[in-house]
Design a protein around this ligand. Structure first.
Ligand code: DX5
Ligand code: ZN
Length: 220
């Protein structure tokens, strides 16, 4: 697999008082996607960003806005995030009973559709919707907070999903999120991931370090 590894910094670890500036800095430092973590204090035990913030950030970068919705119910908010400028809208398989309908709506809005699975959810949860997704996001921590430790048992799930994606013959990003640094990132890529989300490891040390941090995550 000679696919290039893409880096998606999670702005959850950015300085929220200077968010536009931070997005410009990671864009300039070589980020491929801008990963935006949306939390509702219900599906996950934290509150973060709404569609107005995504809209406000949109002029700050032309890179792919990779919006990770950790909210339930999710359906009432899909249109707002699409209109705010999300390029990829990722929803959790655990977030509601109508995953198929939700993914269909994202596609109808002309956005790329992603599906995410928590560490306790098997790969099989996404099998019935493989034909309609552009991205699968494997959580390698229980979602809610940055700075947690990578759960190694998720590597097997990544390997399984890589096999299914390759058998499909259609490009689907396989993204991993949570506890990613140069070392765990290398393990995730070896297992078949091609997009690495990293909050703590991207933003460590401040803006002068971003380019170097991203280069190291990419394995360079
Ligand atoms: C966790 C979020 C992640 C998180 C990653 O719920 O979905 O995107 O911010 O942060 P790190 O890289 O610090 O584990
Ligand atoms: Zn995320």
């Amino acid at each position: 697999m000679a696919e290039p590894v893409l880096i998606a910094p999670s702005i959850l670890s950015a300085d929220f008082a200077r968010l536009g500036e931070e997005v410009r800095a990671i864009d300039a430092a070589g980020a491929d996607y801008i990963h935006i973590d949306v939390m509702d204090g219900h599906f996950v035990p934290n509150l973060t960003i709404g569609p107005e913030v995504v809209k406000a950030l949109r002029p700050h970068s032309g890179k792919t806005f990779d919006v990770h919705l950790m909210i339930a119910p999710v359906d009432p908010f899909i249109d707002a995030f699409a209109e705010a400028g999300a390029d990829i809208v990722t929803v959790h398989a655990e977030a509601g009973p109508h995953l198929h309908r939700t993914l269909q709506r994202i596609g109808d809005l002309g956005r790329k559709a992603g599906v995410s699975v928590n560490p306790g959810t098997p790969a099989a949860a996404v099998e019935p919707v493989l034909d309609m997704v552009d991205l699968i996001l494997v959580m390698s921590v229980d979602p809610g907070f940055g700075g947690q430790s990578f759960i190694t048992s998720q590597l097997d799930k990544i390997r399984t999903l890589r096999g299914w994606i390759d058998a499909q013959g259609r490009p689907i990003d396989l993204e991993v999120d949570g506890g990613i640094d140069a070392d765990t990132g290398r393990q995730a890529v070896a297992a078949g991931a091609n997009v690495l989300v990293a909050g703590t490891a991207t933003f460590a040390g401040g803006p002068d370090r971003y380019a170097d941090n991203i280069r190291r995550l990419r394995g360079g």
